[in-house]
Design a protein around this ligand. Structure first.
Ligand SMILES: [Zn+2]
Length: 428
């Protein structure tokens, strides 16, 4: 049996004496980041290099060589530790790549409104590579901090949930939130029984197929038995409640902003503005937290369901690029847009941690055909509505053979059916 691994971010809170040292360290980091970002802007062609070569390329231009050769554009700060500098360079590279990527998608895409704007503030939480921290045990950690004049090693005790045994702790990021200083640490855990999906399929085990929707049932699961039958439907609700809470919070974000003041984007449109720059930021933070909470709940229920069914494999729909979805207003208005992707991601890692495999499959025709007879379906919400093929949001479906039922369950069954034929039939 082969083993794989899963990465989870643990958050611990530091007890500190000098909050200002953390702030000094962060602002020095942002200054170095900005220096490299601006250097990159002058040579966009350098983005064709790999990240590692690009880092080297930027260092050659800014750092004195071993043989004493002076650099072309010297880094205007003294005594910057090597790994601190590299973290700042990598942050600058990733911000610049991300901006250029968005710009390119915009230039090549069909929608010509909303040109991506330059990052308003060149800031990223400091990633601490080895060399910037040491003596990390279950109670405390030593961090190298900038006091404003010099660098000092400072011991910090911390609180947080204990790390799992036999896990590998990766480089932490220091996140300052007002007076709280947190360390975010990616934790790499080995998971047993991580046979690949292909190996699983060969053994003809049953599996679970999932549909993700924007309606009240955020996820609908079904079990596909080894003989191909779809059984045990399971609806995970909460979409209505989430939509209601989001709507309330979006309303609060408009508080205290004059009607014609267009300098601030508000409501849904503001979700494209970095969170810290929005007015009434706390409500957006709350929306993110609530959405995240639901995504965790739903993904946990999906994995629990699979375990209860004795399935070792979960098949999720492959979600299209969000850029395409933006063109479809019927998707843009639902919580699906925000939460479906997150649920899928959480299912993948929660599944891994329990020794299950989650994978995605293309949902060909999954939402347009009847599971029972493959005829095109029409959708409607109530008995009084005329079912229509174009009513994508319709919760119920009917086909010309008279099959009817939940659209989402039909999608889950179709996804499972497609996966079953594609993989099981080929290997049987
Ligand atoms: Zn039918």
């Amino acid at each position: 049996m082969s083993a794989g691994y899963a990465i989870t971010t643990y958050k611990i809170q530091l007890n500190y004496k000098h909050l200002d040292w953390f702030k000094q360290t962060q602002s020095l980091f942002d200054a170095v980041l900005a220096f490299y970002y601006e250097l990159l802007e002058k040579q966009p062609e350098a983005l064709s290099l790999s990240n590692q070569n690009l880092l080297r390329h930027l260092e050659l231009q800014t750092i004195k060589q071993r043989d004493g050769t002076p650099p072309e554009t010297p880094l205007p700060f003294e005594k910057i530790p090597l790994y601190f500098r590299r973290a700042a360079i990598n942050a600058a590279i990733s911000m610049y790549r991300s901006y250029m990527g968005k710009l390119k998608a915009w230039q090549e895409g069909p929608i010509k409104s909303g040109k991506p704007s330059l990052p308003k503030c060149l800031h990223m939480s400091v990633l601490y590579y080895k060399g910037m921290y040491k003596d990390f045990d279950e109670k405390s950690i030593l961090l190298k901090l900038y006091t404003g004049k010099t660098w000092a090693w400072v011991k910090h005790r911390y609180t947080g949930r204990p790390f799992p045994e036999n896990a590998e702790l990766m480089s932490p990021t220091i996140v300052i939130k007002k007076k709280k200083v947190m360390l975010h640490i990616p934790v790499k855990e080995i998971v047993e029984d991580s046979r690949t999906a292909k190996e699983r399929v060969k053994q003809n085990e049953k599996f679970v197929a999932v549909a993700l929707t924007g309606s009240d049932s955020l996820a609908v699961c079904t079990t596909i038995e080894a003989d191909g039958r779809a059984t045990t439907p399971y609806f995970i609700k909460g979409g209505k409640e989430l939509a209601h809470r989001r709507k309330l919070l979006l309303g609060y974000t408009k508080r205290g902003i004059a009607g014609n003041d267009m300098t601030h984007t508000v409501g849904n449109a503001a979700l494209s503005v970095p969170q810290e720059h929005r007015p009434n930021a706390k409500y957006y933070e709350k929306i993110t937290r609530i959405t995240d909470h639901y995504a965790h709940e739903v993904s946990r229920k999906i994995v629990d369901y699979a375990i209860k069914q004795g399935a070792k494999l979960i098949v999720l729909p492959e979600l299209k690029e969000s850029f395409n979805q933006a063109k479809k207003p019927y998707l843009g208005k639902t919580p699906y847009d925000f939460i479906g992707r997150r649920i899928a991601r959480y299912v993948q890692y929660k599944a891994w941690r329990k020794g299950l495999v989650a994978m995605t499959s293309k949902p060909y025709y999954a939402s347009t055909r009847c599971y029972h007879c493959d005829a095109p379906i029409a959708r409607h919400n109530t008995e009084y509505q005329n079912p229509s093929a174009n009513f994508y949001g319709g919760k119920n479906f009917v086909c010309k053979e008279g099959h009817r039922g939940s659209t989402a369950l039909n999608s889950a069954r179709n996804l499972g059916k497609g996966f079953y034929y594609k993989f099981y039939q080929g290997v049987a």
